[in-house]
Design a protein around this ligand. Structure first.
Ligand code: ISJ
Ligand code: GLN
Length: 812
C-alpha cells in the first residue's frame, strides 16, 4: 500500500496538550523535512473566521481539528470550527473535541459519556460495511482494517449522543461494550462531505493503528483533490503563524576534539596584553581555544566527605564574609541506583526577576542591588535565553558529556513564570503577586568543584580570554542582558590568576585531614502545619472532579502548602538532616542570604526532589522523566515483601497508570514543540522507581532542533506537566482558582543549571523546603482524575510531605 503525497495540512489547535503528537503520526509516514514543510499546527484563535477564509483556506488542502478542553457547543471553546465544518470546502478530520464538533455542526447533541475515562486503553470495533475512512482501501488493506477490534486510548468526558445523531452523519466505529462500560460512538463520517471524526486519540503513545488512520485520511484527501502527483508547500506566512517552529535538523556538533600537547589551553591574553601564565595541571578539551579548564585530583581527597569539603570551600568563606560570593550552592544528588555528580560552588552574582514589576535585579556581594525594567516586548525568558545562547557560544565547548555542571547559571524558575511561558495564559488576580517576590533566580559561577560518581574531585573553571582564531563569535550587541550586565561591571569568566587562586584554595582542603566538619544536622525538622485543612483539600478535589466531568480538564495536579516557623534556624543544618532523611537524585542546597521576600530576609532552597524535569546533554538529546503514581513505602524495619508488594500494586494500578499516561502524552507534545518530530520517543513507559516513596516514572526523549536554545526549550515545556495536569493551559487556569490564587513559588517550578557547554539539567521542584527568613514552606499535591478518591488523595499528599519531614502536626 503506497503512501499518498503529503497534502498541505493545517492542524487547528484548541489549546490541547496532545495536539503536537499528531505530528508523530505524520513522521511515521513522511520525512521530518517534508512534514515541517507541509504540516503546521496553528492555535485555533490565531485567525478570525473572516481572515481564515481569506488568508488560509485557499492555500491548504485539508484540516485536522485537534482535541481540547471544554465543549464543542461552546463558542469560546470551539471558535469557528462549526462554520468551517458547515462550509465543507476541503477534507476535515476531527479528533476528540474536533470529532464532537462534527456531531454538533450537523445537528447532534453533546452529553456526558456514560463512563468518563481519561488515559485508559479501550478496544474499539469499526463498523462494517461502511463507506469512507474506516472502509477506505488504505484502511481495509492495513492490519487495522483486517482486525475486528483494536486498542486505543480515550480522553473524554463528553460524547455525541447516539440518539441525537443527524441523518447526515454515520457511525464508523463503536467502543466495545464491557460490563462497566457501555458502548459509545468512536468514529463518525459525513455521508456526503469529506468529513471524518474519531472520538479516541490515535496520537496517544498507547493507541494502536494511529498511522493507518492518518494514512486512510490522507488517501481520502488525495482522492478529493483528484490524485495530484504532488502537493505544493505551505506558504511561509502560514508556516510562521505556527506557535512554535522547529527546524528539521539538529545543530551540528564540532566532533573533533583537540587537546594541546602540553595539555594546557592557549594562555589567555591579560588586559595588559601579555600572555598570562597558565595554572599548572590545567587541561582544556576543545576544538577551539577553550575557556573551559579542569583539574582532576584523582585519588587526592577521595576519602573526604562531601559535606566537609563543602563547608571548608564554600560555606565558611561566605559566612566569614571574606569571599566574593553571593551565596552557596551544593548540587548534591544522591541515589544508590542512578549515579550522578555533585557540584559545590560560590556564585559571584545573581539575577532575579519579579513578574509584578517586570524588573530584573542584579545582586552582587557588598553592592546595592540594581534593577532593570524589561521592555513591554521582552519577557524574562527572552532576555535570559538570548544572553545565555551567546554565553554558551562564546565560553562553552560542546562535548558529548551527558552529565554535570561545568559552570555558568544555577538557580530556578518559580511556578509563576508560567505567566510568561504558557501561550494564552492570563493571570486573573493581578493583586495576588507582590512586587518583591522572587519569581526566578539565576546565579553565575565560573568555578566549581565537582565530585564524580566515583568519588573523585575535579575543579572546573570558565576562563576569560580574548576571542582567538577559529572561535565562533557572537555579537554581544544582540543581547540586552549581556550589554546591561557589562555596564554594571560584570565580567564572565575568570582571569587566570583567579583560577590559580581557586586551585590554591582547593588543594589544601583536599589534602587536609578527614576531620569531621563542625556543623551537625538539625536535631529535628520544624513543625509543619497544613495551610488548608484536609476538609478544604477534599472540597477542592470535588471541584477538580466536577471540572473533569464537564470536560474542562482530563487531570489536575492539585496542590497545597505546609508551613512552619523557625526563628534563628540554620537552613544548612536543616539541609543536612534532609539529605540523610530523604536522599534524592536532585538533592540540592542553595542559599542566597541577600534575597528578601514578603516572608523574610534570606532565601534558601532545600530540595530532595526525585523528579527530572528536563535534561539536555552535549549531543542536544533532551530527556524528560515525568513521575505520576505514588505509594508510601513501608517503615524501616518492616517487611521487604510488603514493600515490594506495594510497588507491584502501584505498577498494576489502572488509575495510576492512566495518570502517568496522560502526562506522558502531554510531555511528548511539549517536546515536539522544540525537538525534531521523528526523534521524540518513549524508551521507558511507566517504570517503577522506589526511593522515599514508590513512584511510576516514564522516560521521554528527543533531539533539540537547531533553532531552539536550551532556555527556550525549557520555556516551551514550562511549567512541568506533572505539576499542572492536562491539558496544560486550561488546567493551570482552573488550578489558580481552586488553589485560591495561592502562590506556589519555587515549588512546582524547575531548579538546576544551564552549563556553559550547553548541558542543562533541571528537576521538578517537589519534596522541597523553601526557607524565607524565619518562615518555611513545603508544597505538596497530587494528580486528581475522575477516579480519584477524596481520602486517598489527601493521604497521598500527607505521604509526600512526610517523606520530606517525617511527622506533621494539625492534620486530620
Ligand atoms: C505534586 C507532587 O508530585 C507530583 C505528583 C505526583 C503524583 O500525583 O503521583 C508524583 C510526582 C509529582 O510529579 C508533589 O510531590 O507535591
Ligand atoms: N480530549 C478531548 O478532546 C476532550 C474533549 C472534551 N473536552 C471532552 O472531555 O469530552
Amino acid at each position: 500500500m503506497t503512501v499518498p503525497p503529503l497534502p498541505r495540512t493545517l492542524i487547528l489547535d484548541y489549546y490541547d496538550s496532545y495536539t503536537n503528537n499528531l505530528l508523530t503520526l505524520f513522521t511515521q509516514l513522511y520525512s521530518d523535512a517534508e512534514v515541517l514543510d507541509k504540516v503546521v499546527v496553528v492555535k485555533a484563535d490565531k485567525y478570525t473566521w473572516t481572515d481564515f477564509k481569506k488568508l488560509v483556506l485557499p492555500h491548504i488542502d485539508c484540516v485536522i481539528l485537534s482535541p481540547g478542553p471544554g465543549r464543542p457547543d461552546n463558542p469560546t471553546d470551539i471558535g469557528f470550527a462549526l462554520d468551517l465544518l458547515r462550509l465543507h470546502a476541503l477534507p476535515i478530520l476531527g479528533v476528540c473535541l474536533g470529532h464532537q464538533a462534527i456531531g454538533v455542526a450537523f445537528g447532534g447533541k453533546i452529553i456526558n459519556t456514560p463512563q468518563i475515562t481519561h488515559g485508559h486503553v479501550v478496544p474499539i470495533a469499526p463498523v462494517r460495511p461502511t463507506k469512507k475512512l474506516f472502509s477506505s482501501s488504505a484502511w481495509l488493506d492495513s492490519p487495522a482494517g483486517k482486525e475486528e477490534q483494536f486498542d486505543v486510548v480515550v480522553y473524554n468526558s463528553l460524547t455525541v449522543d447516539p440518539k441525537s445523531l443527524p441523518d447526515d452523519l454515520e457511525v464508523t466505529a463503536w467502543s466495545v461494550a464491557a460490563t462497566d462500560r457501555p458502548s459509545t460512538i468512536q468514529g463518525l463520517r459525513h455521508r456526503s462531505h469529506p468529513i471524518w471524526g474519531v472520538q479516541y486519540h490515535p496520537e496517544s503513545i498507547s493507541s494502536t493503528r494511529g498511522p493507518a488512520l492518518l494514512q486512510a485520511f490522507l488517501n481520502e484527501v488525495h482522492l478529493y483533490h483528484k490524485r495530484p502527483t504532488t502537493f505544493s508547500s505551505l506558504k511561509p506566512e502560514i508556516i510562521s503563524s505556527c506557535a512554535y517552529r522547529v527546524a528539521s535538523r539538529a545543530a551540528k556538533l564540532p566532533r573533533s576534539r583537540r587537546v594541546s600537547l602540553s595539555g594546557l589551553p592557549t594562555p589567555p591574553i591579560t588586559p595588559s596584553g601579555s600572555r598570562a601564565a597558565t595554572p599548572s595541571g590545567t587541561r582544556a578539551v576543545s576544538a577551539k581555544p577553550s575557556h573551559m579548564a579542569e583539574k582532576k585530583y584523582g585519588v587526592v581527597g577521595k576519602g573526604l566527605r562531601t559535606q566537609d569539603v563543602f563547608e571548608r570551600l564554600v560555606l565558611s568563606p561566605t559566612r566569614k564574609g571574606k569571599e566574593k560570593a553571593i551565596g552557596e550552592v551544593w548540587l548534591d544528588g544522591q541515589t544508590p541506583t542512578r549515579p550522578t555528580t555533585t557540584s559545590l560552588a560560590s556564585p559571584s552574582f545573581l539575577v532575579t526577576y519579579s513578574l509584578a514589576t517586570r524588573t530584573v535585579t542584579l545582586h552582587r556581594p557588598s553592592n546595592e542591588p540594581i534593577t532593570l525594567p524589561l521592555s513591554d516586548k521582552t519577557t524574562f525568558w527572552d532576555w535570559f535565553s538570548a544572553g545565555n545562547q551567546i554565553l554558551t557560544a562564546r565560553l562553552g565547548t560542546r562535548s558529548s558529556r551527558t552529565n554535570g555542571w561545568r559552570g555558568g547559571w544555577v538557580g530556578w524558575f518559580g511556578y509563576e513564570m508560567k505567566e510568561e511561558s504558557l501561550q494564552g495564559y492570563t493571570r486573573r488576580n493581578k493583586n495576588g503577586t507582590q512586587a518583591d517576590e522572587v519569581d526566578a533566580a539565576w546565579a553565575w559561577s565560573d568555578k566549581l568543584l565537582e565530585r564524580t560518581s566515583d568519588g573523585e574531585w575535579i575543579a572546573r573553571g570558565v576562563l576569560r580570554h580574548e576571542a582567538g582564531g577559529g572561535e565562533e563569535t557572537a555579537s554581544e550587541g544582540e543581547s540586552e542582558m549581556l550589554n546591561w550586565l557589562r555596564k554594571q561591571g560584570i565580567e564572565f569568566g575568570l582571569e587566570p590568576a583567579d583560577w590559580q587562586e581557586y586551585l590554591d584554595e582547593i588543594q589544601p582542603i583536599l589534602m587536609g585531614s578527614a576531620d569531621r566538619a563542625t556543623t551537625q544536622p538539625a536535631s529535628s525538622f520544624p513543625t509543619f502545619r497544613p495551610s488548608a485543612t484536609g476538609e478544604d483539600y477534599r472540597t477542592r478535589i470535588d471541584a477538580c472532579r466536577e471540572a473533569i466531568r464537564q470536560g474542562e480538564s482530563y487531570e489536575l495536579t492539585l496542590t497545597t502548602r505546609f508551613d512552619a516557623s523557625a526563628p534563628n534556624l540554620d537552613p544548612y543544618s536543616l539541609y543536612l538532616r534532609l539529605r540523610s532523611f530523604n536522599p534524592a537524585y536532585y538533592s540540592t542546597y542553595i542559599n542566597f542570604p541577600c534575597l528578601s521576600t514578603p516572608r523574610g530576609q534570606g532565601m534558601s532552597v532545600l530540595s530532595s526532589s526525585p523528579e527530572r524535569f528536563l535534561r539536555i546533554d552535549g549531543d542536544r538529546r533532551v530527556e524528560m522523566m515525568p513521575i505520576k503514581g505514588t505509594r508510601a513505602r513501608v517503615k524501616p524495619g518492616q517487611s521487604k515483601e510488603e514493600d515490594a508488594r506495594r510497588g507491584e500494586e502501584l505498577r498494576n494500578d489502572h488509575k495510576e497508570r492512566a495518570e502517568n499516561l496522560m502526562i506522558v502524552d502531554l510531555i511528548r507534545s511539549d517536546l515536539l514543540s522544540c525537538c525534531i518530530p521523528s526523534t521524540v520517543t518513549v524508551p521507558k513507559l511507566i517504570a517503577l522507581e522506589s526511593y522515599g516513596v514508590h513512584n511510576l516514572v516514564t522516560t521521554v526523549q528527543g533531539t533539540l532542533a537547531e533553532n531552539v536554545g536550551s532556555v527556550e526549550a525549557v520555556r516551551r515545556c514550562f511549567p512541568p506537566g506533572s505539576m499542572t495536569g492536562a491539558p496544560k493551559l486550561r488546567s493551570v487556569q482552573l488550578l489558580d482558582d481552586f488553589e485560591k490564587q495561592q502562590r506556589r513559588g519555587i515549588y512546582s517550578g524547575a531548579l538546576g543549571y544551564f552549563s556553559v557547554d550547553g548541558v542543562t539539567d533541571l528537576s521538578v521542584v517537589i519534596r522541597t523546603i523553601t526557607v524565607e527568613g524565619d518562615n518555611l514552606s513545603i508544597g505538596a499535591g497530587g494528580a486528581i482524575t475522575w477516579l480519584s478518591d477524596r481520602d486517598g488523595e489527601w493521604d497521598e499528599v500527607l505521604t509526600k510531605v512526610k517523606s520530606v519531614v517525617g511527622v506533621l502536626e494539625g492534620v486530620e
